[in-house]
Write a protein that binds this ligand. Structure first.
Ligand code: SAM
Length: 327
């Protein structure tokens, strides 16, 4: 997949704080892998990293990178300069798509103050979004939408905070990350064997989850917190206070394990992965000879998944399998 990076030129920390923040947030939400800003701005870095930490993804931010350095680093990329003086997007997108097909990555240049002539000269293509002065945020959003072909709306951000879309009102789901789950286990003085079980289930679940279309954070949280519920059923109240989503999934996983129904159709991909891992870790714990077999479980999981549901073995556009999709 083509990597898309954004460069913000002419950033003035006091004056442009809000606009540059929004350029970065738009770049992230529309599928860019990171933003580079010319002027050093630690506050900006901090606020963008906080959004990434809360809402997920791998978006990077780097500030204090000179224009010359950026131009040098972009030599092997498709350098798109957003400017109202450029070739209209409808006429440019064909060329951009052709260049993308050659496997080159994209660097998008967004200005703030007067842009030096060498940017016009050295860019692969100067692109306008209307030939009128508009906001760099809207220009970037429209360009990225055309480059992504609308796929930005299906990007998944498995963060600690997820907005649940609804017609009216506001709902945000909280999924504790691994560090917070470890804290919860410690705060509740989980016995060492349950603690070890939590870490082992999570490790196996993560291996399986890496090849499957699923919410990695939810898999991690359920894996880590399942042994808490197993050793203390009353902790469901605590889990509910922490996250209703996780509490609901953990109790479904716990039920499926008790009923020995690991591929129950009512379970989500995430829940099935944890049920499977928890069962395998139990068998490892009971049988020392199985200690080294964790790597084989992924293959075993695939076969079982295939036998039960049938599936398209092709990988999806994210390079992952849509397992458990009934065909
Ligand atoms: N006064 C600045 C100048 O003389 O270059 C332009 C300020 S403008 C708000 C900041 C940036 O928004 C520009 O550098 C360009 O990247 C982007 N921009 C503004 N209008 C645009 C348009 N119609 N199409 C594409 N990009 C545009």
């Amino acid at each position: 997949m083509t990597d898309i990076g954004v460069y913000r030129y002419g950033h003035r920390p006091m004056r442009d704080k809000r606009v540059t923040t929004h350029v970065a947030l738009t770049a992230r939400a529309f599928g860019a892998s990171g933003i580079i800003v010319d002027t050093r701005d630690e506050q900006l870095e901090k606020s963008i990293r906080k959004v990434v930490n809360d809402f997920g993804g791998n978006f990077s931010i780097d500030t204090g990178v000179s224009l010359d350095r950026f131009l040098k680093d972009s030599k092997s990329k498709i350098l798109i300069h957003l400017t109202m003086y450029g070739i209209p997007i409808d006429q440019s997108i064909g060329k951009i798509n052709e260049l993308m097909a050659s496997g080159k990555d994209i660097a998008i240049f967004v200005g703030a103050e007067k842009v030096p002539g060498k940017v016009y000269a050295e860019s692969t293509i100067n692109v306008s979004v209307t030939s009128q002065p508009i906001s760099e945020i809207s220009a970037l959003a429209i360009l990225m939408d055309r480059i992504m072909g609308g796929k930005e709306f299906s990007i998944k951000f498995p963060g600690k905070l997820r907005v649940v879309p609804m017609e009216r009102g506001k709902k945000v789901v909280i999924v504790p990350d691994r560090a917070r789950c470890l804290e919860i286990l410690r705060e509740n003085s989980l016995p060492p064997e349950s603690f070890e079980r939590a870490v082992n289930i999570e490790s196996l679940s993560m291996k399986i989850a890496s090849g499957i279309e699923c919410d990695i954070n939810l898999v991690s949280a359920c894996s880590m917190l399942l042994p808490l519920l197993e050793s203390r059923p009353e902790s469901i109240k605590l889990l509910n206070d922490i996250s209703k989503t996780v509490a609901e999934s953990v109790s479904k996983i716990d039920n499926a394990i008790r009923q020995k129904d690991s591929m129950n159709g009512a379970l989500s991909n995430e829940e099935k992965i944890v049920v499977f891992s928890a069962q395998r870790i139990s068998s490892i714990q009971e049988d020392d000879e199985e200690q080294d077999r964790a790597g084989e479980f992924f293959r075993e999981f695939e076969i079982m998944d295939h036998e039960i549901y049938g599936q398209n073995p092709d990988k999806n556009e994210n390079g992952k399998r849509d397992t458990f999709r009934k065909t």
